[in-house]
Design a protein around this ligand. Structure first.
Ligand SMILES: [Zn+2]
Ligand SMILES: [Zn+2]
Ligand SMILES: [Zn+2]
Ligand SMILES: [Zn+2]
Length: 716
């Protein structure tokens, strides 16, 4: 078998004498660089599609020596090709593309090779020419020109070959992916200059007008000459930091400048170089024609390239849309539909669909799907967790609220519990009363009214036991300061507790109802109460959701306040109460007593107060009728209290869920409309139970008051 048919053999002999290298278009394979497919340039590929590719040389660089060298090697390759040569020793063990290509070039008849090449497109040929010396030589020889032409004709709609370019130059301009200067990846083309080159290298081949002008001045003194011929130099506008800049092809500038000087400038009698008008006109004529033609091709190439980009973008958009649908279908099939819906509702869909693994211009295959699913599931899992959490909260919260209602009613009915105290709802949660019903009923099922009836039977024993334990806890708290304290000590008026968190004064047994969570939770303590066994609540936190925690836990800190205990004992003594026997209720009898703080007397101004505000040890006084009339004015709630503090009506009946809370204004209109009270007195209302002791305490008042009025009169 010979390498080629007789026809080709004779034809090739003549062809090898001329080489396309003279056109300065091709370059031998040099170093290998990375570059990805042109078509994939605008997407982030999951699969690395990068291929190695040799870099190019400066397109315009071509010397006679390199030409000679190429011709020689071209001849030798021809000789090699004349007979069937075995695969090159170096490539014997090479598998895959390189080995195969080498075989292709050295063993297969050329007409067969050309037949194969006839189906390729320009970029394929460009890349082939860079894969091996043999292919390079073969493809850049004049005899292969038809390969390039065929490849060009294979591209539908491509503008015809511009008259100023050869096939290889044209192929590189339109289809290449590398910079003609540095050989790095590049898609920037300066169409009028016919240069594909990256921004970094642009000034190696293209120059701005002012630099060319400087160049001009070296050979011709008159600027007018410059402006006569610069219009014929190919130029492109490009964006630079300062805005747009006009760049000219410097090699053409030089040749046109030289040509202009030689053709238009003549020596006059004085020995000066001047412009010959006739010669100028003759020179301009063909230049104009050439320039018009050049620009015509510039426009064609530019438009074609833009069209390619646009249609490719449409194509990619369509592919991405299809891929998205594919992924969506598979996810729905796998049960992630509700999560996708959640994302839509949270307006977070875009974030998800724009993820780099999802938004790709590549259709999905089973293999790709397997690759991306772990990440996709990872992205969706938090959405699922959120969704299930919301579902859980929606199902469980009403159940706990129902249990709380049952508990409130039970407490309301057990009047004796007001005296002994009772557990906050948080302790009921902790006791697991109702737990089985709440968690073992399917979420979608609604609980009946009497669902907890059976469970509520556990309450009496639970409360009894709880009271015993917590009362003992309180005794132990007091015993830290008063070792001999017993349960009886707890009920005394002087046994004052304080919550370290909110500083509220508390007495037994109301101290059991004190809870700083979450209403009084201070900003720096907004930490959620998380029980150590949260997992038994399936991730739902009933304490936080119901705003109730077990007594004296998390943010509430009850201590016995010894100093205030002593202070209160002294006040009780001056008012005639025995601190060792007086109970907390007995303090109520002091509510009407007016006290005066003698140490605070100053310049005729006297300091009156109730027991709850006393800071020094005051003396009880008997208020005159005159002072009594002044009292309501001083003791009615201050403006901020009227808005911020909740009041309840004392004339309305008690309800299991407590009375309606109102601000002071609402309370007054309620008392007038419902109970006909035109004058609101302290006997008409109460503070809402969670109002603190200090919020309740009526203010002190300092008055200029005659010394002979309001005398010391022990009242009790
Ligand atoms: Zn470059
Ligand atoms: Zn507190
Ligand atoms: Zn005082
Ligand atoms: Zn009422």
């Amino acid at each position: 078998m010979t390498r080629k048919s007789a026809r080709l053999q004779s034809k090739r002999k003549a062809d090898t004498q001329i080489n396309l290298q003279t056109t300065g278009a091709a370059e031998p394979p040099q170093k290998r660089i990375k570059s990805s497919e042109f078509q994939d340039s605008d997407e982030e590929g999951f699969e690395d599609q990068q291929v190695s590719e040799p870099s190019s040389h400066d397109a315009t660089e071509s010397t006679s020596s390199s030409r000679k060298k190429t011709r020689v090697s071209s001849n030798s390759s021809k000789k090699k090709a004349m007979k069937l040569v075995p695969v090159d020793e170096r490539f014997k063990k090479v598998r895959g593309r390189l080995g195969l290509l080498h075989k292709l070039v050295t063993e297969i008849p050329l007409d067969v090779i050309f037949e194969i090449f006839a189906h390729l497109r320009p970029l394929d040929i460009l890349r082939l020419s860079r894969t091996s010396q043999d292919l390079y030589k073969l493809l850049t020889s004049r005899s292969s020109e038809h390969v390039w032409r065929n490849a060009r004709l294979n591209v539908e709609g491509l503008p015809p070959l511009p008259t100023d370019l050869n096939e290889i130059q044209y192929a590189k301009l339109m289809f290449d992916t590398i910079c003609q200067v540095c050989g790095n990846h590049c898609y920037t083309v300066f169409w009028d200059c016919r240069v594909r080159c990256c921004k970094k290298c642009v000034h190696e081949v293209l120059l701005p007008e002012h630099m060319l002008h400087r160049e001009h001045c070296r050979t011709m003194p008159q600027s007018s000459d410059f402006y006569r011929y610069i219009v014929y130099v190919p130029h492109d506008r490009t964006r630079v930091k300062r805005g747009m800049e006009e760049l000219f092809l410097s090699s053409t500038f030089k040749s046109i400048s030289d040509d202009y000087r030689k053709s238009v400038k003549v020596l006059n009698d004085a020995g000066e170089r001047v412009t010959d008008a006739q010669k100028l006109a003759a020179w301009k004529l063909p230049m104009n024609t050439k320039r018009t033609e050049h620009q015509h091709y510039t426009r064609l190439c530019e438009q074609w390239s833009k069209g390619q980009r646009d249609s490719r973008e449409d194509e990619l958009r369509e592919i991405r849309q299809q891929r998205r649908s594919q992924i969506e279908d598979r996810l729905i099939e796998l049960g992630w539909g509700p999560e996708l819906e959640c994302l839509r509702q949270e307006n977070a869909s875009d974030n998800f669909w724009n993820h780099k693994l999802i938004r790709q211009s590549k259709l999905l295959t089973d293999r790709l799907w397997d690759q991306i699913t772990p990440t996709i599931f990872e992205l969706l899992q938090p959405v699922r967790d959120r969704r299930l959490r919301v579902e859980r909260v929606n199902a469980l919260k009403p159940r706990y609220e129902a249990l709380k209602r049952c508990y409130d009613i039970y407490i309301f009915q057990q009047k004796n519990l007001k005296k002994s105290g009772f557990p906050p709802f948080g302790d009921v949660i902790e006791s697991h009363i109702g737990y089985d019903i709440i968690f073992n009923t399917p979420y979608e099922q609604t609980l009946s009214e009497d669902a907890f009836d059976e469970e509520l039977k556990k309450l009496p024993n639970f409360i009894d036991d709880w009271n015993k334990r917590k009362t003992q806890d309180l005794v132990e708290i007091v015993q830290k300061d008063i070792p001999e304290a017993t349960v009886d000590t707890l009920g005394l008026a002087k046994t004052v507790f304080v919550c370290e968190t909110c500083k509220d004064f508390l007495w037994y047994p109301e101290v059991f109802q004190h809870c700083c969570y979450p209403r009084r939770r201070a900003d720096w303590e907004t930490r959620e109460y998380v029980p150590s066994n949260l997992d038994i609540y399936h991730g739902f936190n009933p304490y936080d959701q119901c705003g109730s925690v077990p007594w004296n836990k998390h943010s509430t800190r009850i201590i016995f306040w010894k100093d205030h205990s002593i202070h209160l004992s002294l006040i009780m003594q001056t008012c005639g109460l025995d601190p060792d026997t007086a109970f907390h209720e007995d303090l109520d009898s002091l509510n009407d007593v007016i006290l005066e703080c003698k140490p605070c007397y100053h310049n005729g101004r006297r300091n009156f107060m109730r027991w709850s505000r006393a800071s020094h040890v005051p003396t009880p006084v008997k208020p005159s009728e005159q002072l009594r009339q002044k009292l309501p004015e001083f003791e009615k709630p201050k403006e901020w209290k009227r808005i911020r503090i909740a009041y309840t009506c004392d004339h309305c009946p008690d309800t299991p869920t407590g009375k309606q809370n109102r601000n002071y204004g609402d309370l007054c209109s309620h008392l007038l409309q419902e109970h006909g009270k035109e004058q609101v007195t302290r006997k008409d209302w109460s503070y809402e139970p969670s109002v603190t002791f200090s919020e309740k305490a009526p203010g002190q008042f300092t008055l200029e008051w005659p010394e002979d009025d309001v005398n010391d009169t022990p009242q009790v």
